[in-house]
Ligand binder design. Sequence first.
Ligand SMILES: C[S@@+](CC[C@H](N)C(=O)[O-])C[C@H]1O[C@@H](n2cnc3c(N)ncnc32)[C@H](O)[C@@H]1O
Length: 473
Amino acid sequence: MQTFPLFMSLQGRRVLVVGGTEAAARKVELLLSAGAQVTLIADTVVGEIAQLIDEARISWAGRAFYDEDLAGVSLVVVASDDEPLQARVSLAAQSRCLPVNVVDRPKLSSFIMPAIVDRAPITIAISTGGAAPALARRLRAEIERAMPAAIGRLARFAEVFRAQVRRTLEQPRARRRFWDRVFEGRIGEMALAGDEIGARRELIRLLDGARTEAPTVGMVHLVGAGPGDPDLLTMKAHRLLQRADVVVYDRLVSAEVLAMTRRDAERIYVGKRPGNHSLSQDEINARLVALARAGKSVVRLKGGDPFVFGRGGEEIEALAHAGIAVEVVPGVTAALGCAASAGIPLTHRDHAQTCVFVTGHLKDGSIDLDWQMLARPRQTIVIYMGGEQLQVIARQLVAHGLPASTPVALIENGTTDRERRVVGTLATIERQAARAHLQGPTLCMVGAVVGLAMAQAGAAKAGEFQFESRVGL
Ligand SMILES: C[S@@+](CC[C@H](N)C(=O)[O-])C[C@H]1O[C@@H](n2cnc3c(N)ncnc32)[C@H](O)[C@@H]1O
């Protein structure tokens, strides 16, 4: 984060605004709506400010700025076009450790004023760290559209019961579950619709029930995190991440996806690296069982899809054996994500009637695939975890009949901003991969469809070294 978001109380505090421009008028309105006492310094002011002065809503000093004006002030805003003045006020404020914002001059500002969606008491502030204020305004418009105007009413309704719910349900988890039910169900709808009496009656009934409810046994949701791009999460995965008590995640889960988790959920890393298992599968299974038995809502987050080379089956078996309820939420598997990102059609009427997914990494570390079956013509082969075995794979496919000129793509960190691709042929790919030093998770795709995608992208011929970022194949 380039700037730290926080909300500051300005009720009854003095704020100094320097400048009498239109921009100053906008800032003054905002500051007044937050309860600030505004003093404005400017020789001349625009009409809107003059009106505020006439109505005695702000005090005005019609003169130049002096450093002494900063005494007793909590915040400073400069909305003047006079650049030397902007610099002078900024310096004077910062030397007194006073937060200062100079409109459209991020370098002179110690804080920025975000775009705001105001649904009091709910306030949403949006910042692009000064990079693109126009984008922040667009986001604000989208949020304004998506957010019911009455959402503030719902927040005020909840506030009335906050202390009572806290006293009745001592466990934070029980409270969270209670409020989830309130906001997502009928009670929330009634409060939003303005039926406050009905909503109160229902809430009290729900609270009575929650108090006497037996402690629940938790549940495990086996959730596919997709290949890395958070936009590829399913809506269900997103919802579960927002509600989880604990998220148990793998090395393949990207930081961007993990960031979708509820902020105060516990996060447990059980990542495995090839040849360096930090937790054994049995230990992971035992951990999941223990967490669910403690009544937690557990999301077991796995890269791609849990059932595609993900050992999801083994985890389900262990949980079922322990009597724990499990739900599986599919994810976009790496093959589909990488194919889409690289523009490689996995099947094609003319070039590939079948597509097989295989793993290049076997239990005992050796590779033992059905080469005869893999080397069939008109087939796309997708190899997961094939990086270390690339040499064996390429040679065996050629030995079993595939032309050495068959196109091959290696896609590292597919669908993320770090995506890299190496494209070549069975004859060249091993050398190319060594040069590219691929370190992240890498998928290998073999077949005519790879060449087709390259030709369509107007890229270099297969066989030439090609090593690039995610933009264009
Ligand atoms: C243990 S498997 C897990 C596969 C996962 N369950 C899925 O459905 O994608 C790990 C392998 O998936 C592939 N993989 C996963 N994410 C990837 C990504 N973003 N880009 C390229 N390959 C990826 C790599 O071959 C990696 O070695």
